[in-house]
Design a protein. Structure first.
Length: 148
């Protein structure tokens, strides 16, 4: 069934036959939760110096979009770390709580700040996120994060 929350639901009514006799009916049924892994994807939307002071301090801001592409909710989402090239360090304190994204609710913006060493013009970053399904099972994206 679509549109019903997980849990026990009651149903009641009256049945009427062709002779005009009526009987009350009632009962209950269970809707199971969708305990599959949330389907998350990530991309970035912009890169910028958030202030002149950040520019002078070489702290770069990057806005990422974390999207829920699945049919079930992603809950208790956390940004747990990143592995970066070229000596770049994550300046944002992690774990960073992101919240939840309902199924079909689109994307949330996550801003991360990076300390950029002098002379670095480009770098890559692999981001690590955890999220739970509605049953509380926690999943790691793209896999478990191990501090290098």
């Amino acid at each position: 069934m679509n549109g019903l929350a997980a849990g026990t639901h009651a149903i009641a009514g009256t049945v009427l036959d062709n002779a005009g006799n009526s009987t009350a009916i009632n009962g209950s049924f269970e809707v199971a939760a969708d305990c599959t892994q949330p389907v998350l994807s990530m991309g970035f939307s912009q890169v910028y110096w958030a202030s002149y002071n950040d520019y002078l301090s070489s702290v770069l801001s990057v806005d990422y979009l974390l999207c829920n592409n699945g049919a079930n909710d992603a809950e208790s989402i956390q940004m747990v770390g990143s592995v970066n090239s070229s000596g770049v360090q994550l300046a944002t304190v992690v774990p960073k709580d992101v919240g939840s994204i309902a199924s079909g609710a689109g994307c949330v913006n996550i801003t991360l700040r990076y300390q950029i060493p002098a002379g670095v013009q480009t770098f890559s970053s692999t981001l690590y996120v955890t999220a739970a399904n509605v049953c509380g099972t926690v999943y790691s994206y793209p896999g478990p994060f191990y501090t290098p």
